[in-house]
Design a protein around this ligand. Structure first.
Ligand code: ATP
Length: 405
């Protein structure tokens, strides 16, 4: 296994498109790092530069300390798994897996041994003699993984390898790939636009937007301490609720006021984010995760400084919990970065969405994930309690989380 280091990695395509800008990232030996971001954010281009399939405009890719910028793909000792894995239809699973080794002149006995080992890891032992058309989608994907595994590479590079599978199979295969990667301990860089895939698979997740790395952290840190509005809105499902709020001091405490609502900032929040003091009397973006809002009648601490009185618009019973949608009559945080995070498939539509939201002028849409015993009813009043220790705050001018003084 190898360490992969990207240093100020940049790609400008001949037509002038800047796909990747000054990307710095260290992938530790044996680590599983996932690139995630909306369509067109540059994640595939970054991966292809590591693989050697795309020329590098500036910056370096180093594998185990060696700059490989000019090394052809076959000399980088890495194996790629793509979305379109194109198995040879006339060859059995076994021959598909061993084909690259055969081309390299590896002796037959050695090929057989490696294919058998990979098949065992992948649960494909009984399917080795089958042709691709008689394999299920998941088995075909496993064969594609097998082709990479038999090469015993220093690193795996995977580009949306699960996107052709149906939803159920994707969930199964993502657990499977994560397990195989852990068992083999091979350094892996994985690309997806699916934030759930990224969060469940990666040791660390690198969030990209418009060619720029936004934040790279463990899934939990990304979720709990997003660096900016884009990451806050992109990571998490349902997404973080955002509203424009004003910080005001009353009775010695700081309150976030938005519309007719107000929440008292917890002492712990102020200690963690001393920079908030600077925003007294000013507007900022307040973020509340859906699970940090509960039906007030189910919470023992009903202090008034954490209440929201709303009208339930839509109640969705999920079985394990209930999603309640409601509207907060205060300005939504409709900045470009927030809307790009919301429309992952077509971030270029963000401008049009901003205009539509502004024309609507109907406040900020909120979602709460309530305990399944809630008696919330559609079109009725609902008292909610917010976990004010977990509020998030962002500077509207820069989009950055407000933390240090
Ligand atoms: P997706 O998930 O849609 O594949 P991505 O995040 O992987 O997106 P890239 O494929 O790396 O994004 O593309 C990044 C940017 O570079 C996009 O704006 C894309 O249109 C542009 N791009 C990609 N390939 C080329 C090319 N050969 N020539 C010019 N521009 C390109």
């Amino acid at each position: 296994m190898a360490e992969i280091v990207l240093e100020r990695l940049t790609k400008v395509y001949p037509d002038g498109t800047k796909a990747v800008s000054d990307l710095d990232l260290e992938v530790g030996a044996g680590e599983f790092v996932v690139f995630v971001g909306p369509s067109g954010c540059g994640k595939t281009t970054a991966l292809r530069m590591v693989a050697g399939l795309e020329t590098i405009t500036s910056g370096d890719v180093r594998i185990d300390g060696q700059v490989v910028n000019d090394l052809p793909p076959k000399n980088r000792d890495i194996a790629m798994v793509f979305q379109n894995y194109a198995l040879y239809p006339h060859m059995t699973a076994s021959r598909n897996m061993g084909f690259a080794l055969k081309m390299q002149g590896v002796p037959k006995g050695e090929i057989d041994r490696r294919v058998r080992d990979a098949a065992r890891i992948l649960g494909l032992t009984d399917s080795l003699q089958k042709k691709p058309r008689t394999l299920s989608g998941g088995q075909r994907q496993r064969v594609a993984m097998g082709r990479a595994i038999v090469r015993n590479p220093q690193a795996f590079l995977m580009d949306e390898p699960l996107s052709n599978l149906d939803a159920k199979l994707r969930v199964e295969m993502r657990a499977e790939i994560a397990r195989i990667q852990r068992d083999l301990g091979v350094t892996t860089v994985y690309v997806t636009h699916d934030q759930i895939e990224a969060m469940t698979m990666g040791d660390r997740v690198a969030v990209m937007r418009n060619g720029f790395l936004q934040q790279v952290d463990t899934p939990q840190l990304l979720y709990e301490t997003p660096r900016n509005l884009f990451v806050a809105e992109f990571i998490g499902s349902p997404a973080m609720n955002l509203v424009v709020a004003e910080l005001a001091r009353e009775d010695g405490a700081l309150w976030a006021r938005f519309g007719e609502h107000r929440l008292r900032l917890a002492k712990a929040t102020l200690e963690r984010n001393p920079g908030l003091e600077r925003f007294e009397g000013r507007s900022l973006a307040l973020g509340i995760r859906p699970e940090d809002i509960e039906d007030a009648s189910l919470v023992s601490d009903g202090a008034s400084g954490r209440r929201l009185s709303v009208v339930c618009d839509i109640r969705e019973d999920m079985g394990s919990e209930v999603y309640v949608h409601f509207n907060i009559a205060a300005p939504p945080v409709a900045t470009k970065e927030v809307l790009e995070a919301q429309i992952v498939d077509a971030p270029e539509d963000a401008e049009a969405k901003i205009a539509a939201e502004q024309a609507r002028g109907s406040g900020a849409p909120f979602v709460a994930r309530l305990d399944r015993t809630t008696s919330a009813k559609e079109r009725e009043k609902l008292e909610l309690a917010v976990d004010v220790e977990r509020l998030h705050f962002f500077d509207m001018a820069t989009g950055l989380a407000v933390r240090a003084a």
